[in-house]
Design a protein around this ligand. Structure first.
Ligand code: SF4
Length: 464
Protein backbone atom coordinates (compact mmCIF):
# COMPACT_ATOMS: atom_id res chain seq x y z
CA UNK A 1 0.00 0.00 0.00
CA UNK A 2 0.92 3.65 -0.23
CA UNK A 3 0.41 6.23 2.51
CA UNK A 4 0.69 10.00 2.45
CA UNK A 5 -0.10 12.84 4.86
CA UNK A 6 0.22 16.65 4.87
CA UNK A 7 -0.05 19.30 7.59
CA UNK A 8 0.15 23.09 7.40
CA UNK A 9 -0.91 23.76 3.81
CA UNK A 10 -4.20 25.11 2.50
CA UNK A 11 -6.39 22.43 0.91
CA UNK A 12 -4.16 19.64 2.16
CA UNK A 13 -6.42 16.98 0.62
CA UNK A 14 -5.44 18.15 -2.88
CA UNK A 15 -1.79 17.57 -2.02
CA UNK A 16 -2.64 14.18 -0.58
CA UNK A 17 -4.48 13.26 -3.79
CA UNK A 18 -1.40 14.19 -5.83
CA UNK A 19 0.86 12.25 -3.45
CA UNK A 20 -1.39 9.19 -3.69
CA UNK A 21 -1.40 9.49 -7.48
CA UNK A 22 2.42 9.26 -7.40
CA UNK A 23 2.11 6.21 -5.11
CA UNK A 24 -0.53 4.49 -7.24
CA UNK A 25 1.92 1.70 -8.18
CA UNK A 26 1.79 0.63 -4.49
CA UNK A 27 -1.93 -0.10 -4.66
CA UNK A 28 -4.52 0.20 -7.37
CA UNK A 29 -7.59 -1.35 -5.85
CA UNK A 30 -8.89 1.64 -3.91
CA UNK A 31 -7.94 4.89 -2.23
CA UNK A 32 -9.13 7.10 0.58
CA UNK A 33 -8.51 10.53 2.10
CA UNK A 34 -9.44 11.97 5.51
CA UNK A 35 -9.10 15.70 6.20
CA UNK A 36 -9.74 17.98 9.16
CA UNK A 37 -10.76 21.64 9.26
CA UNK A 38 -11.78 23.61 12.37
CA UNK A 39 -15.54 24.12 12.30
CA UNK A 40 -15.93 21.40 9.65
CA UNK A 41 -14.57 18.49 11.67
CA UNK A 42 -13.20 15.32 10.08
CA UNK A 43 -14.31 14.44 6.57
CA UNK A 44 -13.49 11.36 4.59
CA UNK A 45 -13.90 9.89 1.13
CA UNK A 46 -13.07 6.33 0.15
CA UNK A 47 -13.38 5.05 -3.39
CA UNK A 48 -12.54 2.00 -5.48
CA UNK A 49 -10.26 2.53 -8.46
CA UNK A 50 -7.50 4.91 -9.38
CA UNK A 51 -6.82 8.16 -7.57
CA UNK A 52 -7.00 10.10 -10.86
CA UNK A 53 -10.53 8.84 -11.53
CA UNK A 54 -11.88 9.86 -8.12
CA UNK A 55 -9.85 12.44 -6.29
CA UNK A 56 -9.60 14.90 -9.16
CA UNK A 57 -13.29 15.78 -9.09
CA UNK A 58 -13.85 19.21 -7.66
CA UNK A 59 -17.21 18.19 -6.21
CA UNK A 60 -15.48 15.48 -4.15
CA UNK A 61 -12.39 17.46 -3.17
CA UNK A 62 -14.57 20.30 -1.89
CA UNK A 63 -15.90 17.89 0.74
CA UNK A 64 -12.36 17.44 2.13
CA UNK A 65 -11.40 20.91 3.43
CA UNK A 66 -8.61 21.80 5.83
CA UNK A 67 -4.87 22.14 6.24
CA UNK A 68 -4.40 18.59 7.55
CA UNK A 69 -5.12 15.40 5.61
CA UNK A 70 -3.91 11.84 5.20
CA UNK A 71 -4.55 9.22 2.54
CA UNK A 72 -4.02 5.63 1.52
CA UNK A 73 -3.93 3.60 -1.69
CA UNK A 74 -4.91 0.02 -1.13
CA UNK A 75 -3.33 -3.14 -2.39
CA UNK A 76 -5.16 -6.13 -1.00
CA UNK A 77 -2.92 -8.37 1.08
CA UNK A 78 -4.56 -8.91 4.45
CA UNK A 79 -8.34 -8.80 4.64
CA UNK A 80 -10.68 -10.00 1.95
CA UNK A 81 -9.65 -9.93 -1.69
CA UNK A 82 -11.83 -7.75 -3.85
CA UNK A 83 -12.55 -5.83 -0.69
CA UNK A 84 -15.66 -3.99 0.40
CA UNK A 85 -15.47 -0.20 0.75
CA UNK A 86 -15.40 -0.69 4.53
CA UNK A 87 -11.91 -2.23 4.10
CA UNK A 88 -10.59 0.89 2.39
CA UNK A 89 -8.41 3.12 4.57
CA UNK A 90 -7.84 5.53 6.27
CA UNK A 91 -9.74 4.18 9.28
CA UNK A 92 -11.26 6.62 11.71
CA UNK A 93 -11.89 6.35 15.46
CA UNK A 94 -13.57 8.72 17.91
CA UNK A 95 -11.90 8.83 21.33
CA UNK A 96 -12.64 10.79 24.47
CA UNK A 97 -9.90 13.29 23.55
CA UNK A 98 -11.09 13.66 19.92
CA UNK A 99 -10.97 11.80 16.65
CA UNK A 100 -8.05 10.16 14.88
CA UNK A 101 -7.57 8.62 11.46
CA UNK A 102 -4.88 6.13 10.50
CA UNK A 103 -3.46 4.73 7.28
CA UNK A 104 -1.26 1.65 7.41
CA UNK A 105 1.20 0.11 4.98
CA UNK A 106 2.42 -3.38 5.83
CA UNK A 107 0.91 -6.41 7.43
CA UNK A 108 0.24 -7.26 11.06
CA UNK A 109 1.41 -10.82 11.63
CA UNK A 110 -0.53 -11.32 14.88
CA UNK A 111 -3.71 -9.59 13.64
CA UNK A 112 -5.95 -12.65 13.95
CA UNK A 113 -4.96 -13.33 17.53
CA UNK A 114 -5.44 -9.64 18.37
CA UNK A 115 -8.80 -9.52 16.62
CA UNK A 116 -10.05 -12.57 18.55
CA UNK A 117 -8.94 -11.02 21.83
CA UNK A 118 -10.47 -7.63 21.02
CA UNK A 119 -13.80 -9.12 19.92
CA UNK A 120 -13.95 -11.18 23.12
CA UNK A 121 -13.45 -7.95 25.06
CA UNK A 122 -16.28 -6.18 23.25
CA UNK A 123 -14.75 -4.50 20.19
CA UNK A 124 -17.02 -4.30 17.17
CA UNK A 125 -15.01 -4.55 13.97
CA UNK A 126 -16.23 -2.72 10.87
CA UNK A 127 -13.87 -4.28 8.33
CA UNK A 128 -11.87 -7.42 7.60
CA UNK A 129 -8.61 -5.44 7.51
CA UNK A 130 -5.76 -6.24 9.90
CA UNK A 131 -5.09 -2.51 10.25
CA UNK A 132 -8.37 -1.92 12.09
CA UNK A 133 -6.86 -3.66 15.14
CA UNK A 134 -4.77 -0.54 15.70
CA UNK A 135 -7.88 1.65 16.18
CA UNK A 136 -9.42 -0.82 18.65
CA UNK A 137 -6.19 -1.16 20.60
CA UNK A 138 -6.02 2.64 20.77
CA UNK A 139 -9.59 2.73 22.09
CA UNK A 140 -8.61 0.37 24.93
CA UNK A 141 -5.51 2.32 25.94
CA UNK A 142 -5.74 4.38 29.12
CA UNK A 143 -3.28 7.03 27.90
CA UNK A 144 -4.48 10.63 27.84
CA UNK A 145 -3.40 11.67 24.38
CA UNK A 146 -3.64 10.08 20.97
CA UNK A 147 0.07 9.68 20.15
CA UNK A 148 0.54 7.83 23.47
CA UNK A 149 -2.47 5.65 22.68
CA UNK A 150 -0.93 4.87 19.30
CA UNK A 151 2.30 3.89 21.00
CA UNK A 152 0.39 1.58 23.34
CA UNK A 153 -1.46 0.03 20.42
CA UNK A 154 1.59 -0.45 18.22
CA UNK A 155 3.56 -2.11 21.01
CA UNK A 156 1.03 -4.96 20.83
CA UNK A 157 1.27 -5.23 17.08
CA UNK A 158 3.79 -7.55 15.42
CA UNK A 159 4.90 -7.52 11.81
CA UNK A 160 5.52 -4.67 9.45
CA UNK A 161 3.92 -1.29 9.84
CA UNK A 162 4.51 2.15 8.49
CA UNK A 163 1.64 4.27 9.73
CA UNK A 164 0.52 7.79 8.96
CA UNK A 165 -2.13 9.14 11.34
CA UNK A 166 -3.82 12.44 12.16
CA UNK A 167 -5.72 14.09 14.94
CA UNK A 168 -7.31 17.56 14.84
CA UNK A 169 -3.91 19.21 15.22
CA UNK A 170 -1.25 16.59 14.62
CA UNK A 171 0.20 14.57 11.79
CA UNK A 172 1.85 11.41 13.11
CA UNK A 173 4.22 8.98 11.41
CA UNK A 174 5.56 5.69 12.79
CA UNK A 175 7.74 2.87 11.48
CA UNK A 176 8.04 -0.55 13.06
CA UNK A 177 11.22 -1.38 14.94
CA UNK A 178 12.75 -3.18 11.93
CA UNK A 179 11.68 -0.53 9.42
CA UNK A 180 10.42 -3.17 6.98
CA UNK A 181 8.24 -0.75 5.01
CA UNK A 182 9.37 2.73 3.99
CA UNK A 183 8.28 6.16 5.28
CA UNK A 184 9.90 9.53 4.56
CA UNK A 185 9.51 13.09 5.84
CA UNK A 186 9.24 16.08 3.52
CA UNK A 187 8.89 19.84 3.88
CA UNK A 188 6.46 21.89 1.84
CA UNK A 189 6.37 25.65 2.44
CA UNK A 190 5.54 26.11 6.13
CA UNK A 191 4.05 22.62 6.24
CA UNK A 192 5.26 19.04 6.39
CA UNK A 193 4.42 15.79 4.71
CA UNK A 194 4.94 12.08 5.24
CA UNK A 195 5.08 9.66 2.35
CA UNK A 196 5.80 6.02 1.54
CA UNK A 197 8.27 7.14 -1.13
CA UNK A 198 10.19 10.22 -2.18
CA UNK A 199 8.62 10.22 -5.68
CA UNK A 200 5.41 11.51 -4.06
CA UNK A 201 7.28 14.44 -2.51
CA UNK A 202 8.55 15.44 -5.96
CA UNK A 203 5.05 15.65 -7.45
CA UNK A 204 3.90 18.26 -4.91
CA UNK A 205 7.21 20.15 -4.93
CA UNK A 206 8.11 19.15 -1.37
CA UNK A 207 11.70 18.91 -0.26
CA UNK A 208 12.98 15.56 1.03
CA UNK A 209 14.10 15.93 4.64
CA UNK A 210 14.92 12.40 5.82
CA UNK A 211 13.61 8.89 6.37
CA UNK A 212 11.60 8.14 9.48
CA UNK A 213 13.96 5.77 11.30
CA UNK A 214 13.00 2.20 12.18
CA UNK A 215 11.18 2.30 15.53
CA UNK A 216 10.70 6.09 15.39
CA UNK A 217 7.51 8.07 15.89
CA UNK A 218 7.23 11.67 14.69
CA UNK A 219 4.47 13.97 15.88
CA UNK A 220 4.16 17.04 13.65
CA UNK A 221 2.22 20.17 14.66
CA UNK A 222 2.37 23.87 13.77
CA UNK A 223 5.31 24.01 16.19
CA UNK A 224 7.42 21.56 14.20
CA UNK A 225 8.51 17.92 14.34
CA UNK A 226 8.93 16.03 17.58
CA UNK A 227 10.62 12.64 17.45
CA UNK A 228 10.43 9.78 19.96
CA UNK A 229 11.59 6.16 19.98
CA UNK A 230 8.76 4.23 21.61
CA UNK A 231 9.88 0.80 20.41
CA UNK A 232 12.85 -1.28 21.39
CA UNK A 233 15.57 -0.35 18.97
CA UNK A 234 16.56 -3.18 16.63
CA UNK A 235 18.76 -3.44 13.60
CA UNK A 236 16.97 -2.30 10.46
CA UNK A 237 15.57 -5.03 8.18
CA UNK A 238 14.16 -3.00 5.31
CA UNK A 239 12.35 -4.99 2.60
CA UNK A 240 14.91 -5.70 -0.14
CA UNK A 241 12.07 -6.35 -2.59
CA UNK A 242 11.23 -2.62 -2.44
CA UNK A 243 14.52 -2.14 -4.31
CA UNK A 244 13.75 -4.85 -6.86
CA UNK A 245 10.10 -4.25 -7.61
CA UNK A 246 7.82 -2.40 -5.28
CA UNK A 247 9.21 1.15 -5.16
CA UNK A 248 9.28 3.47 -8.11
CA UNK A 249 12.70 3.78 -9.81
CA UNK A 250 12.71 7.56 -9.31
CA UNK A 251 12.46 7.16 -5.52
CA UNK A 252 15.43 7.36 -3.17
CA UNK A 253 15.74 4.70 -0.46
CA UNK A 254 18.38 4.90 2.26
CA UNK A 255 20.10 7.66 0.29
CA UNK A 256 20.28 5.40 -2.77
CA UNK A 257 18.42 5.72 -6.05
CA UNK A 258 16.12 2.76 -6.70
CA UNK A 259 16.89 3.09 -10.40
CA UNK A 260 20.63 2.83 -9.72
CA UNK A 261 20.16 -0.25 -7.52
CA UNK A 262 18.09 -1.92 -10.25
CA UNK A 263 20.63 -1.01 -12.93
CA UNK A 264 23.37 -2.42 -10.71
CA UNK A 265 21.39 -5.65 -10.28
CA UNK A 266 21.64 -6.01 -14.06
CA UNK A 267 25.40 -5.43 -13.91
CA UNK A 268 25.76 -8.11 -11.22
CA UNK A 269 23.54 -10.50 -13.20
CA UNK A 270 25.66 -10.05 -16.33
CA UNK A 271 28.77 -10.93 -14.28
CA UNK A 272 27.15 -13.90 -12.54
CA UNK A 273 25.20 -15.32 -15.48
CA UNK A 274 26.65 -14.36 -18.87
CA UNK A 275 25.26 -15.89 -22.06
CA UNK A 276 25.89 -15.37 -25.77
CA UNK A 277 22.99 -13.49 -27.30
CA UNK A 278 22.03 -10.74 -29.75
CA UNK A 279 19.63 -8.63 -27.70
CA UNK A 280 18.84 -7.74 -24.07
CA UNK A 281 15.14 -6.95 -23.55
CA UNK A 282 13.45 -5.87 -20.36
CA UNK A 283 10.10 -7.23 -19.29
CA UNK A 284 8.61 -3.79 -18.67
CA UNK A 285 8.50 -1.84 -16.49
CA UNK A 286 10.32 -3.03 -13.39
CA UNK A 287 12.81 -5.14 -15.41
CA UNK A 288 13.94 -2.12 -17.45
CA UNK A 289 16.79 -0.68 -15.33
CA UNK A 290 18.25 -4.17 -14.73
CA UNK A 291 18.15 -4.87 -18.48
CA UNK A 292 19.98 -1.58 -19.11
CA UNK A 293 22.65 -2.65 -16.56
CA UNK A 294 22.91 -6.14 -18.07
CA UNK A 295 23.30 -4.77 -21.60
CA UNK A 296 25.90 -2.24 -20.50
CA UNK A 297 28.00 -4.80 -18.63
CA UNK A 298 27.72 -7.54 -21.26
CA UNK A 299 28.13 -5.30 -24.29
CA UNK A 300 25.04 -6.93 -25.88
CA UNK A 301 22.67 -4.39 -27.50
CA UNK A 302 19.62 -3.28 -25.49
CA UNK A 303 16.23 -3.15 -27.17
CA UNK A 304 12.56 -2.76 -26.32
CA UNK A 305 11.44 -6.20 -27.46
CA UNK A 306 8.29 -6.07 -25.36
CA UNK A 307 6.03 -3.06 -25.30
CA UNK A 308 3.74 -2.44 -22.37
CA UNK A 309 0.33 -0.88 -22.67
CA UNK A 310 0.64 2.01 -20.24
CA UNK A 311 -3.06 1.99 -19.45
CA UNK A 312 -3.11 -1.38 -17.72
CA UNK A 313 -2.27 -2.12 -14.10
CA UNK A 314 0.64 -4.21 -12.90
CA UNK A 315 0.15 -7.99 -13.28
CA UNK A 316 1.41 -8.84 -9.84
CA UNK A 317 -1.13 -6.68 -8.10
CA UNK A 318 -4.30 -8.09 -9.65
CA UNK A 319 -6.29 -10.13 -7.20
CA UNK A 320 -7.26 -13.37 -8.92
CA UNK A 321 -5.32 -15.90 -10.99
CA UNK A 322 -7.94 -15.82 -13.73
CA UNK A 323 -7.56 -12.08 -14.30
CA UNK A 324 -3.77 -12.42 -14.06
CA UNK A 325 -3.73 -15.09 -16.76
CA UNK A 326 -5.89 -13.08 -19.11
CA UNK A 327 -3.94 -9.96 -18.39
CA UNK A 328 -0.56 -10.72 -19.92
CA UNK A 329 -1.45 -10.25 -23.58
CA UNK A 330 -3.54 -7.22 -22.80
CA UNK A 331 -0.60 -5.62 -21.06
CA UNK A 332 2.42 -6.75 -23.02
CA UNK A 333 3.01 -7.13 -26.72
CA UNK A 334 6.08 -8.25 -28.62
CA UNK A 335 7.94 -5.92 -30.93
CA UNK A 336 8.25 -8.50 -33.73
CA UNK A 337 10.46 -6.48 -36.03
CA UNK A 338 13.14 -6.35 -33.34
CA UNK A 339 12.86 -9.91 -32.02
CA UNK A 340 12.72 -12.00 -35.23
CA UNK A 341 15.67 -14.35 -35.64
CA UNK A 342 17.49 -13.08 -32.53
CA UNK A 343 18.87 -14.82 -29.47
CA UNK A 344 17.06 -12.83 -26.79
CA UNK A 345 17.91 -12.27 -23.12
CA UNK A 346 14.76 -11.31 -21.22
CA UNK A 347 15.34 -9.51 -17.93
CA UNK A 348 12.44 -9.68 -15.47
CA UNK A 349 12.11 -8.63 -11.82
CA UNK A 350 10.96 -11.98 -10.41
CA UNK A 351 9.41 -15.36 -11.10
CA UNK A 352 6.53 -15.99 -8.72
CA UNK A 353 4.06 -18.56 -10.10
CA UNK A 354 5.76 -18.72 -13.47
CA UNK A 355 2.51 -18.16 -15.39
CA UNK A 356 3.50 -14.72 -16.68
CA UNK A 357 7.03 -15.87 -17.57
CA UNK A 358 5.67 -18.78 -19.61
CA UNK A 359 3.30 -16.57 -21.55
CA UNK A 360 6.01 -14.04 -22.27
CA UNK A 361 8.31 -16.80 -23.50
CA UNK A 362 5.57 -18.06 -25.84
CA UNK A 363 5.00 -14.56 -27.18
CA UNK A 364 8.72 -14.11 -27.87
CA UNK A 365 9.04 -17.48 -29.62
CA UNK A 366 5.87 -16.83 -31.65
CA UNK A 367 7.52 -13.63 -32.83
CA UNK A 368 10.39 -15.68 -34.28
CA UNK A 369 13.11 -15.43 -31.62
CA UNK A 370 15.91 -17.97 -32.13
CA UNK A 371 16.59 -18.46 -28.40
CA UNK A 372 15.08 -17.17 -25.15
CA UNK A 373 17.22 -16.73 -22.03
CA UNK A 374 15.64 -15.48 -18.82
CA UNK A 375 17.69 -13.44 -16.36
CA UNK A 376 15.87 -12.60 -13.14
CA UNK A 377 16.65 -9.54 -11.02
CA UNK A 378 15.83 -11.29 -7.73
CA UNK A 379 16.73 -14.67 -6.25
CA UNK A 380 14.13 -17.46 -6.55
CA UNK A 381 10.97 -16.52 -4.62
CA UNK A 382 10.58 -19.68 -2.54
CA UNK A 383 8.71 -18.27 0.47
CA UNK A 384 5.61 -16.15 0.90
CA UNK A 385 5.79 -12.60 2.24
CA UNK A 386 3.80 -11.94 5.42
CA UNK A 387 4.79 -8.28 5.64
CA UNK A 388 2.58 -6.61 3.08
CA UNK A 389 3.56 -7.91 -0.37
CA UNK A 390 0.97 -10.20 -1.90
CA UNK A 391 2.85 -13.37 -2.76
CA UNK A 392 0.74 -16.53 -3.07
CA UNK A 393 0.83 -19.51 -0.72
CA UNK A 394 4.08 -21.43 -0.67
CA UNK A 395 2.72 -24.35 -2.77
CA UNK A 396 2.01 -21.94 -5.65
CA UNK A 397 5.51 -20.50 -5.73
CA UNK A 398 7.46 -22.15 -8.53
CA UNK A 399 10.76 -21.94 -6.65
CA UNK A 400 9.27 -23.62 -3.57
CA UNK A 401 9.01 -26.95 -5.37
CA UNK A 402 11.50 -26.77 -8.26
CA UNK A 403 15.23 -26.32 -8.66
CA UNK A 404 16.56 -23.70 -11.07
CA UNK A 405 17.04 -26.37 -13.78
CA UNK A 406 13.53 -27.72 -13.25
CA UNK A 407 12.11 -24.20 -13.49
CA UNK A 408 14.06 -23.67 -16.71
CA UNK A 409 12.52 -26.80 -18.17
CA UNK A 410 9.05 -25.94 -16.86
CA UNK A 411 9.20 -22.50 -18.48
CA UNK A 412 10.59 -24.00 -21.67
CA UNK A 413 13.43 -21.49 -22.10
CA UNK A 414 17.01 -22.02 -23.28
CA UNK A 415 18.44 -20.84 -19.97
CA UNK A 416 17.22 -19.36 -16.69
CA UNK A 417 19.40 -17.67 -14.08
CA UNK A 418 18.52 -15.69 -10.97
CA UNK A 419 20.74 -13.13 -9.26
CA UNK A 420 22.33 -14.53 -6.09
CA UNK A 421 21.36 -13.09 -2.70
CA UNK A 422 24.90 -11.74 -2.34
CA UNK A 423 24.72 -10.16 -5.77
CA UNK A 424 21.43 -8.50 -4.85
CA UNK A 425 22.89 -7.14 -1.61
CA UNK A 426 25.94 -5.81 -3.48
CA UNK A 427 23.66 -4.07 -5.96
CA UNK A 428 21.75 -2.51 -3.04
CA UNK A 429 25.00 -0.96 -1.78
CA UNK A 430 26.33 -3.67 0.56
CA UNK A 431 29.83 -4.11 -0.85
CA UNK A 432 30.49 -7.27 1.18
CA UNK A 433 27.20 -8.87 0.20
CA UNK A 434 24.81 -10.41 2.72
CA UNK A 435 25.91 -10.67 6.31
CA UNK A 436 24.46 -14.11 7.04
CA UNK A 437 24.82 -13.69 10.81
CA UNK A 438 22.91 -10.38 10.84
CA UNK A 439 21.29 -9.76 7.44
CA UNK A 440 21.03 -6.08 6.55
CA UNK A 441 17.62 -6.47 4.89
CA UNK A 442 14.48 -8.54 5.13
CA UNK A 443 14.85 -11.14 2.39
CA UNK A 444 12.47 -13.77 3.81
CA UNK A 445 10.73 -14.43 0.49
CA UNK A 446 14.10 -15.59 -0.89
CA UNK A 447 15.82 -17.03 2.19
CA UNK A 448 12.93 -18.23 4.37
CA UNK A 449 14.49 -16.33 7.31
CA UNK A 450 11.60 -14.31 8.71
CA UNK A 451 12.76 -11.41 10.89
CA UNK A 452 9.37 -11.38 12.67
CA UNK A 453 7.71 -14.70 13.36
CA UNK A 454 4.47 -14.88 11.34
CA UNK A 455 2.36 -15.89 14.36
CA UNK A 456 -1.06 -16.10 12.66
CA UNK A 457 0.33 -18.24 9.84
CA UNK A 458 2.18 -20.58 12.19
CA UNK A 459 -1.08 -21.06 14.08
CA UNK A 460 -2.67 -22.05 10.76
CA UNK A 461 0.02 -24.69 10.21
CA UNK A 462 2.64 -22.77 8.18
CA UNK A 463 6.07 -24.40 8.66
CA UNK A 464 9.18 -22.27 8.83
FE1 SF4 B 1 10.02 -7.72 1.33
FE2 SF4 B 1 10.25 -10.31 0.78
FE3 SF4 B 1 10.61 -9.39 3.27
FE4 SF4 B 1 8.19 -9.40 2.17
S1 SF4 B 1 9.43 -11.20 2.69
S2 SF4 B 1 9.11 -7.75 3.35
S3 SF4 B 1 8.68 -8.92 0.03
S4 SF4 B 1 11.86 -8.96 1.45
Amino acid sequence: CGIFGVIGVTDAANFVALGLHALQHRGQEAGGIVSYAPGEGFNSARRFGYVRDNFTKQSLMETLPGALAIGHVRYSTAGSKGAAIRDVQPFFGEFSMGGAAIAHNGNITNAEALRRELIERGSIFQSSSDSECIIHLMARSLQRDIPSRMEDALRRVEGAFSVVAMTRTKLIGVRDALGVRPLVLGKIGDGWCLSSETCALDIIGAEYVREIEPGEMVVITDEGVESTRPFRSRKSRFCIFEHVYFSRPDSIIGGRSVYETRRQIGVELAREAPVEADLVCPVPDSGTPAAIGYAHESGIPYGMGIIRNQYMGRTFIEPTEQIRNMGVRLKLNVNRALIKGKRVILVDDSVVRGTTSRKIKEMILDAGAAEVHFRIASPPTAWPCFYGVDTPQREKLLAATMSEDEMCEHLGVDSLKFISLDGLYRAAGEAEGRNDKAPQYCDACFSGEYPVEPADMIEKGFKL
